[in-house]
Design a protein around this ligand. Sequence first.
Ligand SMILES: [Zn+2]
Length: 325
Amino acid sequence: MSKVKYYYDPDTLSYRKIEPKKSKRYRNVLLFVLGSALFGLLGLIILLNTRWVNTPKELSLEREVRNYELQFDILSKKMQQMEQVLANIEDRDNNIYRLYFEANPIPEEQRRAGFGGINRYKSLEGFNNSEIIIDATKRLDIIQKQMVIQSKSLDEIAKLAEEKEKLLAAIPAIQPINNEDLTRMASGYGWRSDPFTKARKMHWGMDFTAPRGTPIYASGDGKITRADNKSSGYGKHIRIDHGYGYISLYGHLSKYNVTVGQKVKRGDLIGFVGSTGRSEAPHLHYEIFKDGERINPINFYYGSLTAEEFENMLKHANQENQSLD
Ligand SMILES: [Zn+2]
């Protein structure tokens, strides 16, 4: 309601009402309506843009983001645990397994290498969360690569272990006759007096005294390459090829229990003690060849003897007596 205005009329000496013009009244009404609408709109815009009043959709999005952040933290901790376990496996791999099988350790740089060249993470760039997503992706890529390298290393170890097992089974590592009390050692490897000429002569093996017919055993896995008396001096003798450059020889036998080409295991009965060939009395003459050279068999029994027994055998073997040849 507009105010009623008056003016003083000097002619009548009285106050008279001013009648407002019609056009002015309309203008005022219009201004009022426009002003109210403008203020209302402004208020609404401000209301919608304030932080403390969110739409339901915004509220649910915000909750979702908070949940992502929480889950991401948990995943990140799990990744950290994986990295630690993997590091521990790698450490054991380098310092125990690979060391044991005499393989070179895999260098740290090789195990931890990321991916060079083109930027694999370009598609992840340009977002608010780009940094954490790229970081996590890189970590997972490295873990994945580490696992591949570790897996390959274990394949290699498995192969080496199998080889080592074969090698250990092949090496002529036990005494070729039953000699529990070690009383059968008659003469060792080294310079000995020849039983026939009495001259000092190199004795290339070990002699074990035993009655004729005493069983002789293969000292390691291998294949029979000789079972004949065509080598000078050895009489009836057997040779076993163990692979890896090792050959064992058993001389002066009375009888064979194997034939050429036969495969034998350590401990298999291959023949019997005799005195054929250049021999003074029934005994087994035993030799080991490595890459064509005759070496001292005594160094191979160590694993099957106690330290004391080995000492005892060493003493026996080193006596510079007469060999039985
Ligand atoms: Zn001998």
